[in-house]
Design a protein. Structure first.
Lengths: 323, 160
């Protein structure tokens, strides 16, 4: 009997998710033992035509990381969807849009102008901006078309499961992969479509070891502004922490290291808009009843939209800034 | 046809909804553009309700609660008082005029004030015009959303 096929792909992502898969250490050998790797551009030399040659439904499991923001991302997502039995949105970018999703606060023209013309380190005196099609004497050269709006995997093709995290924690990946092998080997039923794997339903605060008391904030600070108490809730110390409205599963690694939660595990169960819940949680602990005072304290939050929607802008209700 | 704004009113059960009732029983006239939804407390208003209203076709959202110090639950309206300004900051970041969201205090005896608040807010939203929020849904026949891309000019969001 031939082994079940495994594919891993990166769309608009940084590659950290691929590294996280390798980070499961010796368990990667069990994965290699059980699965036949059929596509993993980060780790092995496969071409798109190799995937095209696989019959529909020929790939048992695809771990898809990265957001969808170009014609190439969309093409490969559609291709892998067609070929895969189980398609997992792997990591924050595929699940909620992730860091690339913050491009939705800008416009495509604004982004390309800044990247290719305006940024201080750019030296582009002839003002060249990459074009989808370029004519050269030998013929036409094409590159993928960049989209104005960054999307999650599930918004463009259907994803069966979600494994959140930036990147997903390696112990969680090992557990999920182990469970998948167990399901396939022993013929157990798959969890219902849309299940979030490798995380729990509660919020990050549930895993946080810091002591929590009544929160009364008169001033928001950044972690480097003050010497923070290692045992007390960061929010109580005035640091904007995304823990209250972020899914747990990471083991509260950031807060244990003295850094506020950044929200990478995304929306907890039942939450539709990550940022709205964070507005709710963070604004309500301000210790003032005077509107002018409240406005002053709120103005100290650096980049509120980018902070509250750091990993989930394309998945949010408004999806992107209006232009 | 002239533009008729659609406004969602989130009215606290103990003061503002009763105030709206009083405006009704006193036969006070105000524009019919506001659809009132009774909530138990202005502190119950999740910013997500506001975003959902704007996304689903509201041109403005009016949140009404008890005057500061009068909350039936002691401090629910103070929570609202802190959340609304932050919601406005975030709306601005999304390119939505924060004037489309308003927080007002209306007590149970202020039927007249309720009339004034709704009339004034409706006129302001009418002057702002339709919100015209785009869906940004994914269209497989036009995956790149080229029409949107042509309309874009300056980068948004810097300095938000």
């Amino acid at each position: 009997m031939s082994k079940p096929k495994l594919a891993v792909y990166w769309a608009a992502s940084c590659g950290g998710c691929d590294i996280a898969i390798l980070d499961i250490e010796d368990k990667i050998l069990a994965v290699a033992d059980f699965f036949e790797l059929c596509f993993w551009p980060c780790a092995a030399d496969f071409k798109y035509k190799d995937v095209e040659a696989i019959p529909d439904g020929g790939i048992t499991l695809t771990l898809f990381n990265g957001a969808i923001r170009s014609s190439e991302n969309y093409h490969v997502a559609s291709l892998l969807r067609k070929k895969s039995v189980v398609m997992c949105a792997f990591g924050s970018c595929a699940a909620d849009g992730g860091i690339p999703g913050l491009a939705n606060l800008f416009t495509l023209k604004g982004l390309t102008d800044y990247a290719y013309l305006q940024s201080p380190s750019t030296d582009n005196r002839t003002g060249i901006i990459p074009q989808p099609v370029t004519k050269v004497p030998e013929g036409e050269l094409t590159i993928p078309v960049l989209w104005n709006t960054v999307r999650t995997l599930d918004q463009v093709v259907s994803a069966d499961y979600i494994i959140p995290g930036c990147p997903p924690q390696s112990d969680q990946i090992a557990a999920v992969v182990g469970a998948v092998i167990d399901i396939l080997q022993n013929g157990k039923p798959l969890p219902p479509k849309g299940t979030v794997l490798g995380a729990s339903d509660k919020s990050c605060c549930d895993e946080c070891p810091r002591k929590r008391d009544i929160k009364k904030i008169t001033k928001f600070i950044r972690p480097f502004d003050a010497k923070l108490d290692p045992d007390i809730c960061l929010m109580e110390q005035g640091v904007v922490c995304c823990g209250p409205a972020t899914r747990s599963g990471c083991g509260a690694k950031c807060v244990k290291a003295g850094v506020p939660c950044r929200g990478c595990y995304g929306l907890p169960a039942g939450v539709k808009d990550h940022g709205a819940k964070l507005i709710s949680a963070i604004a309500s602990v301000i210790d003032s009843t005077d509107p002018a005072d409240v406005a002053r304290i709120l103005s100290e939050i650096p980049d509120p939209v980018g902070t509250f929607y750091r990993f989930s802008l394309p998945e949010s209700m408004l999806r992107r800034a209006q232009v | 046809m002239s533009f008729e704004p659609r406004i969602l009113g989130l009215l606290c059960n103990w003061c503002s909804y009763t105030g709206a009732d009083l405006a009704g029983t006193a036969r006070l006239k105000y524009p019919p553009n506001m659809t009132g939804v009774r909530v138990m407390c202005s502190g119950r208003v999740d910013p997500g309700f506001i975003l959902a209203a704007l996304k689903n076709g509201a041109d403005g959202v009016l949140v009404c609660g008890c005057h500061p110090g009068d909350c039936h639950y002691v401090e629910g309206n103070y929570k609202c008082l802190r959340r609304i300004p932050l919601t406005k900051i975030v709306l601005q970041g999304f390119g939505i005029d924060p004037r489309r969201l308003r927080l007002e205090w209306v007590s149970a005896s202020e039927g007249l004030r309720f009339q004034e608040v709704v009339t004034k807010f409706t006129e302001e939203i009418r002057a702002l015009g339709p919100l015209g929020l785009q869906e940004w849904g994914f269209d497989p026949s036009n995956p790149a959303g080229d029409k949107q891309a042509e309309r874009i000019s300056a980068p948004l969001g810097i300095g938000v």
